[in-house]
Design a protein around this ligand. Structure first.
Ligand code: MFK
Ligand code: FAD
Length: 503
C-alpha cells in the first residue's frame, strides 16, 4: 500500500564532508601526504568500515564459560568485524602515529584527526585504542625497558600480527571515582621480584586485550597493606592462557548487560593470582596512572565531538536534502535549519577545543611545550572531557529528533549513537569528579593554570584574523574574561591558599 519510500541518509567520505576539519588541518598541518592519507581513510570509512562497526553492534560479544567437556575456558567470543577492526587499527597507525616522532609536534593532531573520522564507524574499537594509547604513554613515562619494552613495541606497532591492545582495570565495586580508598586488590610479592594479584575488578572494558595496567596494594610480610591512595601501586600484567587453555590468574565472572557500548565486552574479573610486574614506585599508583587518564580523556573528547559531527553534519544535514514535509525539503524550513545550525555551532566549539588540547599534547611530547603550555594542558584536559561528554548527549539527542520517528528506529543505527554517547560523561571520570579535578589542579598550581588560561584566551582574541575587536561577540568574551579574572584575584587575596579557594 502506498508508493512512497523515503530516501535514507547517505554516509559520504567523512574527511571530505568536514570543512571545519579540513580547514583546521590546512591552517596547521598542510602536509600533502597527511591530507591524502586522511582522505583515503575517509573513503575507507564510508565504503567498508562503517559496515564493520554496525556488524559489531548486531553481533555483540558473548562469554563462553566452559568447553563442551566442562572445562572452564572463559572465552570472550567477538565478531569477525571486531577482529578486522583490530588489524585495521594497526595498519592505519591509529595508535602508532601518536608515537611517530617524524610528525613532530603535530603527531597528536594527525592521530586524533584520524580517530575523529573513524570513531562513529568504529564499532567502539576506539575504546581499546584509547586504553592502548594510554598504556603506551604510561610505559613511555616510566621508561621503555624490560619487562615492558616488548609490550611498548607491540602497543605502538603498525603490524597487525604484532599489535597488542591494553586494558585499564581501575574500577572496583567500592571504588570507581574514589579508587584511592576503594581499591581492595592486593599484590603479593614473589621471590623473583614479580607479584601475584588477588582482587575483583568490577568494570573492565575490551577485556579481550592482550595486557593491562591495573592498581593494587602491595602486601608486606605480615600481610598488611597501606590504606588510601598512598597505598596504591601501578602494575603491568599480560593476559595469557596456560597449557590447558585456562586464563592465567583470571576468572571472567560475567559480561555486563549495558545500556550501550554493546559492541565491546565489558567484564567483571576475579583476579586469582594474576602474575604482574610493578611499574610505579610503591604508593605512586594513582600519580603514575594519571598519564593514562590524560590520554583516555582526550580520546573520550574526540569520540564526543565525532559523535556530534556524524549525527549533525553527515546524517542530519544529508537527510534535510532528502526529506520533504509541508511541501518542501527540510533544508528549506528556516526553523529546522536553525536547529541544525545550533548543533553545528556546538559541534564546532567541541572540535576546536579538543583539537587545541591535542595540539598542546603534541607540543608537550615533542619537548616544545612551555611551562604555560603544560599548565594549559593540565587544566583543559578534564575541562574538555567533562564539557564534551555532556554536550554529546544533548547534541546527539537533538540530532536524533531531526529524523523524526525514524531517529528512534533501531535498525537505522541512530539509537546506538545516542546510547553510546551516554557513557562519555561517566567513564574516565564523571562530570563532578572531573570538576573537582579542575579545582585541585588550580589549587596545586597556586592558580598558575588559570593565569595560563586567561593569557591564552586573550592571545586568541587578539590574534583572531578577520574579526574586529569591536565585534560584539569578541567584546562579550573579553568582558566575561576580565570579570572572571577579577573574581579570581579578589578570591585569592581573601583566601590564604588556593586550596581553600578551590574548596
Ligand atoms: C572511546 C574513548 C574513551 C575510552 C574509554 C575507555 C574505557 C573506560 C575505562 C575507564 O573508565 S577506566 C576508569 C577511570 N577511572 C577514573 O577516571 C577515576 C576517576 N577518579 C579520579 O580521577 C580521581 O580524581 C582520582 C582517582 C585521580 C583521585 O584519586 P586521589 O588519590 O584522591 O588523587 P589525588 O590525591 O588528587 O592525586 C594523587 C596524585 O595523582 C597527585 O600527584 P602527586 O602525588 O605527585 O601530587 C596528583 O597530582 C596526581 N593526579 C591525580 N589526577 C591527575 C593527576 N595528575 C595528572 N592529571 C590528573 N588528572
Ligand atoms: P561513583 O563513584 O559511585 O559515582 C556515583 C555518582 O557520585 C556520580 O554522579 C559521581 O559524579 C558522584 N560523585 C562521586 N564522587 C563525588 C564527589 N567527590 N563529589 C561529587 N560527586 C561525586 N572502569 C575501569 O576501570 N575500566 C574499564 O575498562 C571500565 N569500563 C567501563 C565501561 C562502561 C560501559 C562503564 C559504564 C563504566 C566503565 N568503567 C570502567 C567504570 C567507570 O570508570 C566508573 O563507573 C566511573 O569512574 C564512575 O565510578 P562509579 O561507578 O564507582 O561511580
Amino acid at each position: 500500500v502506498g508508493s512512497f519510500f523515503q530516501e535514507q541518509p547517505v554516509l559520504k567520505n567523512p574527511f571530505l564532508e568536514d570543512a571545519l576539519l579540513r580547514g583546521y588541518l590546512k591552517r596547521h598541518l598542510p602536509e600533502e601526504a597527511i591530507l591524502s592519507d586522511l582522505n583515503a581513510f575517509g573513503e575507507r570509512v564510508a565504503k567498508d568500515i562503517d559496515t564493520w562497526g554496525r556488524e559489531c553492534e548486531l553481533n555483540p560479544p558473548r562469554l563462553v564459560h566452559f568447553d563442551p567437556w566442562g572445562r572452564r575456558v572463559d572465552h570472550i567470543v567477538t565478531s569477525e568485524a571486531w577482529k578486522r577492526l583490530k588489524d585495521l587499527s594497526a595498519q592505519e597507525g591509529l595508535v602508532a602515529i601518536g608515537y611517530d616522532k617524524s610528525f613532530g609536534e603535530w603527531r597528536r593532531v594527525y592521530q586524533m584527526s584520524k580517530l575523529y573520522i573513524f570513531s562513529p564507524s568504529s564499532g567502539l574499537y576506539t575504546c581499546p585504542l584509547a586504553m592502548t594509547d594510554g598504556a603506551a604513554k604510561v610505559i613511555q613515562s616510566v621508561g621503555v625497558s624490560p619487562p615492558v619494552e616488548e609490550a611498548y613495541r607491540r602497543l605502538t606497532s603498525r603490524q597487525p600480527e604484532r599489535f597488542w591492545t591494553s586494558g585499564q582495570w581501575m574500577t572496583e565495586r567500592q571504588g570507581g571515582s574514589d579508587v584511592g580508598t576503594g581499591t581492595e586488590t592486593v599484590a603479593i610479592p614473589q621471590a623473583d621480584g614479580s607479584y601475584r594479584l588477588h582482587g575483583f575488578k568490577w568494570f573492565t572494558s575490551a577485556t579481550d586485550a592482550d595486557m593491562t595496567l591495573t592498581l593494587a596494594r602491595v602486601q608486606d610480610r605480615s600481610g598488611s597493606t597501606t590504606p588510601g591512595s598512598r597505598g596504591l601501586s601501578l602494575f603491568y600484567a599480560e593476559v595469557s592462557r596456560d597449557e590447558d587453555g585456562r586464563l592465567r590468574g583470571i576468572e571472567v565472572q560475567r559480561l555486563k548487560d549495558k545500556l550501550g557500548t554493546r559492541q565491546m565486552p565489558t567484564a567483571e574479573l576475579l583476579l586469582d593470582g594474576l602474575p604482574a610486574y610493578r611499574l610505579s614506585e610503591e604508593g605512586r599508583g594513582v600519580a603514575s596512572i594519571a598519564n593514562m587518564l590524560t590520554i583516555t580523556r582526550i580520546h573520550n573528547s574526540i569520540s564526543a565531538a565525532a559523535a556530534m559531527r556524524r549525527q549533525v553534519l553527515q546524517l542530519a544535514r544529508d537527510y534535510a536534502t532528502r526529506r520533504t514535509a509541508f511541501g518542501k525539503l527540510l533544508k528549506d524550513h528556516p526553523l529546522h535549519m536553525q536547529t541544525l545550525a545550533r548543533m553545528e555551532v556546538e559541534t564546532r566549539a567541541a572540535f576546536l577545543l579538543v583539537m587545541d588540547v591535542c595540539r598542546l599534547l603534541g607540543r608537550e611530547e615533542s619537548g616544545l611545550a612551555s611551562e604555560f603550555d603544560r599548565h594549559l594542558l593540565r587544566l583543559l584536559t578534564p575541562v574538555v572531557k567533562l564539557f564534551t561528554g555532556k554536550q554529546a548527549v544533548a547534541v546527539v539527542s537533538e540530532g536524533l529528533e531531526s529524523f523524526g520517528g525514524q531517529g528512534y528506529i533501531e535498525d537505522t543505527g541512530m539509537p546506538g549513537i545516542l546510547r553510546d554517547a551516554q557513557v562519555l560523561s561517566i567513564w574516565e571520570g564523571t562530570t563532578n569528579v572531573l570538576s573537582l579535578d579542575v579545582l585541585r589542579c588550580v589549587a596545586r598550581s597556586s592558580g598558575m593554570v588559570l593565569h595560563a588560561y586567561f593569557a591564552h584566551v586573550k592571545s586568541l582574541l587578539a590574534g583572531a584574523s578577520g574579526v574586529s575587536s569591536l565585534d560584539p561577540a569578541v567584546k562579550a568574551v573579553g568582558g566575561a574574561l576580565s570579570e572572571l579574572e577579577q573574581f579570581v584575584q579578589i578570591a585569592a587575596s581573601r583566601s590564604p591558599s588556593y586550596l581553600e579557594l578551590a574548596a
